[in-house]
Design a protein around this ligand. Structure first.
Ligand code: PLP
Length: 399
């Protein structure tokens, strides 16, 4: 297959030349590199797919049955903009246990995945021109969403040397009078780094000192290997943290599109208001599925976590023996691999790997500029395919 690397990551210009151009915000937004590689991989039937960020497990039968039952019982109508009360009550109770803070159902908004929670939260908090501190590397959708609403992402680089953890000193250097939000993601996509309690406390304290908000994306909170996840909200004393959660990764429910935001009552009512003209509400049977996931048996969550941990250790060992450096993830289900020894950029390497070995990985620069020596692989793939894919990646590094 011939692929022109130079044009791969560039969006074609809109060809409606004789008409007024669609919005600059959307036409100038680069597509996520994850999707670009996914499109290539999907056109190649026997490709080993190490680029996708979704569990290779099926949604548990009791979750599917709950949604089926709800639909047969007539739960097929619009719901409250913020979700069905039973689910919001269960989430509020769950968050209270996790954070030790009092959480009321009015503070919970059920959203169309965590993506919906993030987009509504950014829309509520930001005006065009406001600045948002985002760490590099990080999940590309933050920058894409911010660009859509006209806010300015200010990227702060973290590195392997500091464990991919942000410091307050870096935030102080990046802060301006326009800084309104800081985004943290723990455990992190793509590195798997986790922010401990003391550091989280200092980040919350920093946002308080400059009167900004902290948006905490914790969608991988249950996928932790070596230590417990600390919820950012447990350090919030005055309602400036908005926590973003999801059923996608914890319960292998990516296609159901259910996530949620938890915020102070004032912010929560604005996030709810934001859903009124956009999605109305999340699909009703899917909300019943999410309720069954949260209140039903949790063994599956443990099984998936253990499988990811086992795969992490196998992959680390394979890479280590081949002398290919990788960051040891403490959580989430990715591995951030250093391919600089190949002498190629991340994008060239990813294209060579898919062309020569039929293995799809995500180029590092998808997660922020300067990551040209990195690719991200998923641990949420079939174990045999994962091991074979990593062997092929190693031989491409050595080529
Ligand atoms: N946040 C992070 C860091 C992610 O990696 C993802 C998905 O890959 C999401 C949010 C979105 O999750 P959801 O499927 O709930 O929209």
């Amino acid at each position: 297959m011939e692929i022109a690397t130079t044009t791969l990551f560039v969006e074609p210009k809109c060809n409606c030349a004789t008409m007024k151009q669609p919005s600059a915000a959307i036409t100038s937004m680069p597509r996520s590199g994850i999707r670009v590689i996914m499109d290539l991989a999907m056109a190649m039937p026997d490709c080993i797919r190490l680029e996708i960020g979704e569990p290779n497990f099926a949604t548990a039968p009791h979750i599917i049955e709950a949604s089926h039952r709800a639909a047969l019982d007539g739960q097929t109508k619009y719901t409250d903009n913020s979700g069905i009360i039973g689910l919001r009550e269960a989430i509020a109770e769950h968050r209270e246990i996790q954070t030790g803070a009092n959480v009321q159902p009015e503070q919970v908004i059920v959203t169309s995945g965590a993506m919906g929670a993030l987009f509504s939260t950014f829309t509520v908090l930001l005006d065009p021109g406001d600045e948002v501190i985002v760490f590099n590397p990080s999940w590309p959708n933050y920058q894409m969403q911010l660009q859509l609403i006209g806010a300015t992402p200010v990227m702060v680089a973290t590195s392997a040397a500091n464990g991919y953890l942000p410091t307050v000193e870096q935030l102080e250097a990046a802060e301006t009078s326009r800084t309104k939000v800081v985004v943290v993601n723990t455990p992190s996509n793509p590195t798997g780094a986790m922010i401990d309690g003391d550091r989280l406390a200092s980040l919350v304290e920093f946002t308080r000192s400059i009167d900004a908000y902290l948006v905490a994306d914790e969608v991988y909170e249950e996928i932790v290997f070596d230590k417990l996840h600390v919820p950012t909200a447990s350090h919030d004393t005055d309602g400036r943290v908005v926590s973003i959660h999801s059923f996608s990764k914890t319960y292998a429910m990516t296609g159901w599109r259910v996530g949620y935001a938890v915020a102070s009552p004032d912010l929560a009512s604005l996030i709810r208001k934001c859903q009124e003209p956009t999605i109305g509400c999340v699909n009703a049977p899917a909300q019943h599925a999410a309720l069954a996931a949260l209140t039903g048996p949790q063994e599956m969550v443990d099984e998936m976590r253990n499988a990811y941990r086992e795969r992490r250790d196998i992959v680390l060992d394979l890479l280590d023996r081949a002398g290919v450096p990788a960051f040891k993830p403490e959580g989430a289900f990715y591995m951030w691999v250093d391919i600089s020894k190949s002498g190629r950029t991340d994008a060239d390497f990813a294209v060579d790997l898919i062309k020569n070995h039929k293995v799809a990985v995500v180029p590092g620069t998808t997660f922020g500029a300067e990551n040209t020596g990195r690719v991200r692989i998923t641990l949420a793939a079939d174990s045999n395919e994962l091991e074979e894919g990593v062997r092929r990646l190693i031989s491409e590094v050595e080529r």
